[in-house]
Design a protein around this ligand. Structure first.
Ligand SMILES: *Cc1c(COP(=O)(O)O)cnc(C)c1O
Length: 421
């Protein structure tokens, strides 16, 4: 459920009419709903209660500091995958002991940044990384809390680009080698083993793969304990999928996911961490665009929008579907027409949808892409020197620009001319 509904014939974000935002900031823009972010975060905390737990929002899905502060103020932890994301979490006021650091390629500089600023744990993904962390922590005279990310070799049955839990993926260490790797972690100076980490992929639409992975984690917990390790935390990753179409998809609910966690690892006396990104942010955001032209081609009609693949890359990168709806509510049983919905970028890949049935629309009309909160703004680029589009946060009947559109001067001034030119 989200808070983007038609009221009096106009699409609203909570109590704010989308055309009011468009008139104020111009199109295209992203808009996020505080109530939806809050609701989704709470679904997870409720699903995990009464187990001791921390819901760490995966910043990579939506990283605006105002969004992080919204969630951080509710008590959320953060899952970061770079030094930049770590600094975003800190800028949002999230204390270091609620920040976990994931990712296969943490640099020594990033390790130092987090060890100095405060960190709950590093999710270590390889032996070379573990040795580097040991060196950095030792040189700083501190101890780094670590989990090892294990690769359980389960098929997440999701898009191949976002499946991470098969043995051929670059993530984690094979679960069969865990004993060996934990033994080394225990020997290395400057490290303190606190738990186990696993993350098998994103946009999972079934619970089965989670169940397989978590049962393996439960077995591993018992084995590592019998080998003398202290396992007090289980970081179970993110990845729960969301419905991208209104009609025919029903991914598992956080309550069922929570019940699964309790069933598989709930009796181990561990603190549970999860790292959801998309399920919190995905349906909490819209991308709003204007129709520049309606172009009637040979056998195909095109809607050319002012948003493009550089603003929302998911359709061209993953073949992803986003529902597209007019901001002015169409009359019941109003006629529809099939359109290819495209942006102005000079690539055929700049296509949001082919043969999409839409109500009749005209130049200047506003359209909204649903489910655009996750992996939308964060993956945007300035390809074709199109400025990054603004982000807006709605709270009840208020809205605020939380990232402004850069001016062309700002964009051009980032380039510098070397002295010989
Ligand atoms: C991407 C990622 C997540 C979040 O995945 P979602 O599908 O957005 O929930 C969590 N943890 C790690 C380690 C990730 O790489």
């Amino acid at each position: 459920m989200d808070h983007f509904l038609y009221k009096n014939g106009t699409l609203h974000a909570e109590d704010v009419a989308i055309p009011d935002i468009a008139a104020s900031v111009g199109t295209p823009f992203y808009v996020y709903s505080t109530a939806t972010l809050t609701r989704h975060y709470r679904l997870f905390t409720e699903a995990l209660s009464p187990l001791p737990h921390l819901v760490c929002f995966a910043i990579k899905s939506l990283s605006n500091v105002a969004v992080l502060k919204t969630l951080g103020n509710l008590g959320a932890g953060m899952d970061v995958v770079s030094g930049g994301e770590y600094l975003r979490a800190k800028a949002a006021g999230v204390p270091g002991d609620r920040i976990v650091f994931s990712g296969v390629g943490k640099t020594r500089a990033e390790m130092q940044l987090a060890l100095t600023g405060g960190i709950r744990q590093f999710n270590v993904e390889s032996e070379p990384e573990m040795r580097a962390l040991s060196e950095v922590a030792t040189s700083l005279g501190v101890t780094a809390p670590v989990t090892v990310r294990v690769n359980p070799d389960v098929d997440a049955r999701t898009h191949e680009k976002i499946a991470t839990g098969k043995k051929e993926n670059k993530f984690g260490i094979p679960i069969a080698r865990a004993s060996e790797v934990y033994a080394e972690a225990a020997r290395l100076p400057g490290l303190r083993v606190v738990g186990i980490d696993v993350h098998i992929g994103s946009q999972l639409t079934e619970l089965e793969p989670f169940e397989q992975a978590y049962l393996k984690v439960a077995d591993l917990t018992r084995r590592l304990r019998s080998e003398g390790h202290t396992i007090t935390r289980l970081d179970l990753g993110g990845g729960l999928g969301i419905p991208y179409t209104r009609s025919n998809e029903a991914p598992p609910l956080p309550t069922d996911y929570g019940a699964l966690i309790k069933r598989t690892v709930g009796d181990l006396g561990c603190e549970i961490e999860i790292e959801p990104g998309r399920l919190i942010s995905g349906n909490a955001g819209l991308l709003v665009a204007s129709v520049i032209y309606v172009k009637n081609g040979e056998g195909r009609d095109f809607l050319i929008l002012d948003a493009a693949m550089n603003d929302l890359v998911r359709p061209s990168m993953y073949g992803a579907h986003h529902d597209i709806v007019p901001v002015a509510e169409p009359a019941v049983a109003s006629p529809t027409q099939e359109f290819d919905v495209v942006g102005p970028v000079c690539e055929t890949g700049d296509t949001f949808a082919r043969g999409r049935d839409l109500p009749l629309v005209a130049e200047g009309d506003l359209l909204a892409f649903r489910s655009a909160g996750a992996y939308g703004a964060v993956m945007a680029s300035e390809y074709n020197t199109r400025p990054l589009i603004p982000e807006v946060l709605v709270h009840g009947d208020h809205f605020a620009v939380i990232r402004a559109r850069p001016t062309f001067d700002e964009i051009l001034n980032r380039d510098t001319i070397p002295p010989w030119l």
